[in-house]
Design a protein around this ligand. Structure first.
Ligand code: COA
Length: 460
């Protein structure tokens, strides 16, 4: 079987058996059935429990073998000592994919049991886990996890080796309006690993970027080879935990994986173009910029601001990150001079001064976005009493939505309540917006990095 088809059963199953489904609210086997049902999953839902006739309104079966319909995915939630038999039942019913939620395997030294399960599954049943919280897939309306049910749909596939962190992030991404196309809790990676998922998501149409929280790898070479190919199609960001000595020790005792030498990871990531983020906020800031913008056509950037100080800070950060703040050419400078007050600056950073209103932002940004010499714009706004941030947000979103002008833009709305509303509205409309100038620069850094990756692919 091809990897694409094998892995697709996890994300686009036509029927799901939940083995160890329970009537009792609060039990993991109950919450998973509830989540699958609440998320609007349109396929067959088949709880399996020898002691129940029906769970949450779905007919319950004594074993997977009794289910009369097609099952592509089994979610296994029985205690560890029962998993072996259940996996055998799944193989006998020709189920091609299983998520084993159950803990108590190699992560606590119980490697034999994990090996036995793999040998039963052999090449007939692919396994995610054990020791996972499950999978969420927006396109399939499938939340086969015991996490929250209100996950926001987005463009990033998120693969996590940490269960608790992944569960917490399901809520956090929604709260922060980031959105994800899929979430996979990868658990002990006994069978399906990061490399398989990277390859799958690189071809999966609803995913625009791939984010991995990683503590360690079992097969580094396989991962790097898969990433090298995938990166030609989609950017990959990795949050690699365990950069410190103590952190590496903690990672190793958490999932049993070898954290490896951090410098080796850094060198390998750099070689193929994987971007390594320091943490969640930076990773999602990068994703936001990449997901919601076209790839820049060059590296010439312009900063537009209504506050001199914030323009200088942003310039410093750009320089520290190796981003090019272009010299404004004469013709562009003349065009801008006509509309920018004499006490403002048409040099880069362009300072519209505190007098600027939304109309001036609109006019200047329109000129920059239309100008072929400008490859990307950082639109920075400091809240003042004389201008409504929400109107500034509106003129920026209008450029794309009404005038169909598309150029990489990252925005910052710095200030209080109204600025937060403005930036939040921009996120809802799928623009890369941030509450600080530094984060807007970081977003632009991700876009320029993507431009460089595509221009100079690894191995070229
Ligand atoms: N087929 C189907 N269901 C069966 C069964 C079988 N052969 N044998 C027992 N069951 C049922 C049980 O009767 C029970 O249902 P009930 O509530 O109606 O009685 C259900 O399966 C679950 O079994 P139970 O013994 O109650 O286990 P549990 O729900 O307390 O715990 C796990 C099961 C899998 C949740 C637990 O072993 C575990 O691993 N927890 C940790 C999970 C975790 O943290 N994963 C990693 C997250 S990142």
């Amino acid at each position: 079987m091809s990897l694409q088809r094998d892995i697709a059963y996890f994300f686009r199953p036509r029927g799901i058996a939940i083995v160890g489904a329970s009537k009792t609210p609060g039990k993991i086997g109950h919450e998973i059935v509830r989540n699958i049902s609440l998320s609007g999953y349109p396929g067959g839902i088949y709880p399996v429990n020898p002691n129940s006739d029906s769970i949450l309104g779905f007919k319950c079966y004594k074993s997977v073998g009794d289910i009369p319909s097609l099952v592509d995915l089994a979610v296994i939630v029985v205690p560890a000592n029962l998993v072996e038999n259940i996996v055998r039942d799944c193989v006998n019913k020709d189920i091609p994919a299983a998520i084993i939620i159950t803990s108590g395997f190699s992560e606590i030294g119980n490697k034999d049991l994990e090996e036995r399960i793999l040998s039963i599954a052999r090449s007939r049943l692919r396994i995610i886990g054990p020791n996972t919280f499950g999978i969420y897939c927006a396109k399939s309306k499938m939340n086969a996890t015991f996490g929250p049910n209100n996950v926001l749909e987005g463009k990033t596939a998120f693969i996590t080796q940490s269960g608790a962190l992944g569960l917490a992030l399901m809520d956090w991404t929604t709260e922060e309006k980031y959105g994800v196309s899929s979430i996979v809790s990868i658990g002990n990676k006994s069978d399906v690993d990061d490399a398989d998922l990277v390859e799958f998501f690189s071809m999966e149409p609803s995913t625009k970027s791939i984010l991995i929280y990683m503590e360690g790898l079992k097969d580094g070479r396989k991962f790097i080879e898969a990433s090298e190919k995938a990166i030609r199609k989609k950017p990959i960001v990795v949050i690699k935990a365990g950069s410190s000595k103590r952190g590496a020790q903690a990672a190793s005792s958490h999932t049993g994986s070898i954290a490896g030498q951090d410098t080796v990871f850094n060198a390998a990531f750099k070689q193929v173009g994987i971007m390594r983020a320091e943490g969640m906020t930076q990773a999602f800031d990068w994703m936001q910029a990449i997901n919601e913008n076209p790839v820049p056509l060059g590296e010439d950037l312009v900063i537009v601001t209504n506050g001199g100080g914030i323009g200088v800070l942003a310039t410093d950060k750009c320089e520290a990150l190796g981003l090019k703040i272009m010299d404004i050419p004469d013709d562009l400078s003349k065009e801008l001079r006509v509309i920018i007050p004499s006490f403002g600056s048409v040099k880069n950073p362009i300072d519209l001064t505190a007098n600027a209103d939304d109309a001036l932002y609109g006019k200047v940004l329109r000129i920059l976005v239309k100008n072929r010499q400008v490859d990307g714009v950082l639109a920075l706004f400091c809240q003042t009493a004389n201008i409504d941030p929400i109107l500034v947000a509106q003129v920026i979103t209008d450029l794309r939505e009404k005038e169909k002008l598309r150029k990489p833009i990252t925005c910052a709305f710095i200030g209080g309540h109204l600025s937060q509303i403005a930036y939040s509205r921009m996120l809802e409309k799928k623009f890369a917006a941030y509450p600080t100038a530094e984060r807007a620069v970081d977003g632009m850094y991700a876009l320029i990095s993507r431009y460089r990756q595509l221009r100079h692919p690894a191995g070229s």
